[in-house]
Design a binder for this molecule. Structure first.
Ligand code: BF8
Length: 654
């Protein structure tokens, strides 16, 4: 369990709005986290609530070593051991995360198919090159056929991936051959995405799968159905439909809200509505309408993963990450918060009731009490978006006199898709990860780290992300980011090329300077962690760094994780061969055996394993040690001298 935190956020804009909320008597996630302590038994995975004979609480005794006799007695009413209970709880989180990304991927596929069939005016295939590449990957005939004909075949093929009952997910073939062989040997190559989720729910029903090892194998299989299934399908099809991201300059933090314009934040995960809003908010008629209500214009901003989607494709600024959602309303300057699915705090409607903000929910899968429901119809996207935007504009005259927008906003560059990294490094005509591999081999770059995931109100907002990433880049580790992690580092000024000279070690800085990239690359939303899998695979395929993802000098982390999706992501990285460190709290500490399997034995099985370290500096050092271990195994450890930073040098660099 993380220690009592000292400050609520490292971000002054966040602190200013927490203070404003407090002085206005508004409760937020920050104040609720103070009054509601986490349940210590649930936090360690020792509470079983899957049948009505419980909930059974079987906590690890504190302050003394448990005897085998005591351990035997730690059982639920049905006789379930702590191992079974902890493992069931853990793999259920994986199933929930996989289901969330999978359902997102399924909806993307349906919209993609509808667009290919010409049923969604406003949405059409944008990235022909990626469409054709995907057709080749899937063995779909290109010939003289139109893009839409090819897209229909792709959509129909990928839609079947969700309900497939036999065989393997098609994208598994993209992984290095050695990786595929490991999955097959362990029996964890997923069949259909939904099938793995359903089987996990079945196996974790009362009195079913009771062997924690077997449960964790199914957990791995389910997680792979996320990373190489639902998430990868979503990323691929979104890119084809809305455009593959390329580097774009924008800004981040609550200071992107504007005092004299209609402010509209789009928050959640699926990008169709946000795409349509990005278009209609530029419509001269809508701008005129906003002016008729006394505003100078329309200001669209994003929040959470939806923000990442429209930032990368349209340069739309980001108002903040997960823990800032209520605070955007506390500014008093937000006309509407438009939401769809996932990571939308139920506290939003309550906070909005203290201001003039309308919370507009748009998805039938996520109804919200106290919000205004305006269903978004993808088949009539632009009209739907206009209706929602009109509701926001109509709300502008209702602003109160309690408006205060923090001044903080920071420049950031996003849009580093796997393809873009390829082009940036290798050039348009010989796109390749070769230069990255060469710089890793010659030691200028020590390795690569994926730092991803959420904010968590149990730890200081954004702090762990920024400390970890600064430590990594100082030690010449190139950082790839997604989700709320990328936003934390964006606010801290790490997503601009100038950050290389300021914060990165000499080797990494020299490479960033040559290529013109920041030392921390923003790859997108959480589903876009599949881009990191693709980047890792491309590094393996380009040669010189072993023949599997687990051979790469690479590591992953989610230092402020909170959602079940984060556990699914972490497990698919581990199952793909990546050493992955989580912070905040660890959900299986109630069982030594389960924790040992995750933290130790998985390395034997998958080449990757989990670790838990709530101190972000120590966690970064664990990642660097792992990277060095891999460099040694590859025989490239002599190529670089390790730079050790003492405290004085660190302060100088800060
Ligand atoms: O999917 S990083 S808080 S917003 S779960 Fe949610 Fe976590 Fe943010 Fe996106 Ni990902």
């Amino acid at each position: 369990m993380a220690e009592e935190k000292k400050i609520k956020s490292i971000d002054p804009a966040t602190i200013e709005m927490i203070d404003k909320a407090t002085s206005e008597g508004v409760s937020t996630v920050f104040s609720r986290a103070e009054t509601m302590r986490p349940c210590p038994i649930g936090a360690e995975g020792s509470c079983c609530s899957i049948c009505a004979m419980g909930p059974c609480r079987v906590p690890m005794p504190k302050g003394k070593e448990e005897t085998p006799e005591e351990k035997k007695k730690r059982r639920g009413v049905c006789g379930a051991t702590v191992e079974t209970i902890a493992a069931r709880n853990f793999v259920r989180k994986i199933a929930a995360g996989t289901a969330s990304h999978g359902d997102h991927g399924r909806k993307v596929t349906e919209v993609f198919l509808a667009a290919a069939r010409g049923e969604t005016p406003g949405f059409e295939i944008k990235d022909e090159q990626k469409l054709l590449q995907l057709a080749l990957d899937l063995g779909i005939d290109i010939g003289e056929r139109s893009n839409n004909e090819i897209a229909i075949d792709i959509g129909e093929t990928l839609l079947k991936e969700f309900g497939k009952q036999e065989g393997e997910l098609l994208f598994l073939k993209r992984a290095p051959l050695k990786r595929q062989a490991i999955w097959r040997k362990l029996g964890v190559a997923p069949r259909g995405i939904d099938r793995e989720v359903a089987e996990t729910m079945h196996r974790t029903h009362m009195g079913c799968d009771q062997d924690y090892r077997n449960l964790l194998l199914q957990g791995a299989r389910t997680s792979l159905a996320d990373g190489w299934g639902g998430s990868m399908i979503a990323t691929e099809l979104q890119d084809i439909l809305f455009g593959t991201p390329s580097p774009v300059l924008s800004q981040i933090n609550l200071g992107v809200l504007k005092e004299d314009e209609v402010n509209l934040i789009v928050h959640g995960h699926e990008p169709y509505l946000a795409e349509a809003l990005a278009v209609v908010s530029q419509d001269p008629q809508m701008i005129e309408y906003a002016k008729s209500k006394g505003a100078k214009g329309i200001n669209l901003a994003g929040m959470c993963c939806t923000a990442n989607e429209i930032l990368m494709r349209h340069g739309v600024p980001i108002a903040g990450n997960f823990l800032q959602q209520e605070l955007a309303i506390v500014t008093g300057a937000l006309e509407a918060m438009v939401v769809d699915v996932q990571c939308i705090m139920q506290g939003l409607a309550e906070v909005a009731s203290c201001y003039h903000t309308k919370v507009i929910n748009t998805d039938t899968r996520a109804k919200i009490e106290g919000a205004t429901y305006m269903e978004f119809d993808e088949r009539n996207a632009l009209e739907s978006a206009k209706n929602i935007l009109r509701a926001a504009i109509d709300n502008f005259p209702n602003r109160g006199n309690n408006v205060r927008i923090p001044t903080q906003k920071t420049d950031m560059i996003a849009g580093f898709s796997h393809e873009t990294i390829n082009y940036l490094l290798g050039g348009m005509f010989r796109a390749s990860y070769r230069p990255l591999n060469d710089n890793i081999i010659n030691g200028r770059i020590r390795g690569v780290a994926g730092v991803v995931g959420c904010n968590n109100a149990r730890v200081t907002h954004d702090e762990a992300h920024v400390i970890m990433v600064k430590e990594l880049i100082k030690n010449d580790v190139l950082v790839l980011e997604t989700g709320c992690a990328a936003m934390a580092c964006g606010k801290a000024g790490l997503l601009v090329p100038e950050a290389a000279a300021k914060y990165a070690g000499e080797g990494l800085a020299s490479v960033c300077e040559t290529v013109g990239i920041p030392p921390v690359l923003h790859l997108g939303a959480c589903i876009d962690n599949s881009r990191i899998l693709m980047a890792a695979t491309a590094m393996v395929k380009d040669g010189g760094l072993g023949d599997d993802i687990s051979d790469l000098p690479a590591a992953g982390a989610a230092p402020e994780w909170m959602s079940e999706k984060a556990i699914a992501i972490g497990q698919y990285f581990v199952s793909s061969g990546v050493y992955t460190v989580f912070g905040v709290t660890w959900p299986t500490t109630g069982s030594k055996e389960v924790t040992k399997l995750l933290f130790e034995d998985m390395e034997e099985m998958y080449g990757g394993k989990w670790a838990f370290e709530p101190d972000p500096l120590k966690a970064a050092q664990l990642m660097i040690e792992h990277i060095d271990k891999k460099r040694k195994a590859l025989g490239i450890d002599k190529a670089r001298e390790r730079v050790l930073y003492d405290m004085a040098m660190r302060r100088e660099l800060e």
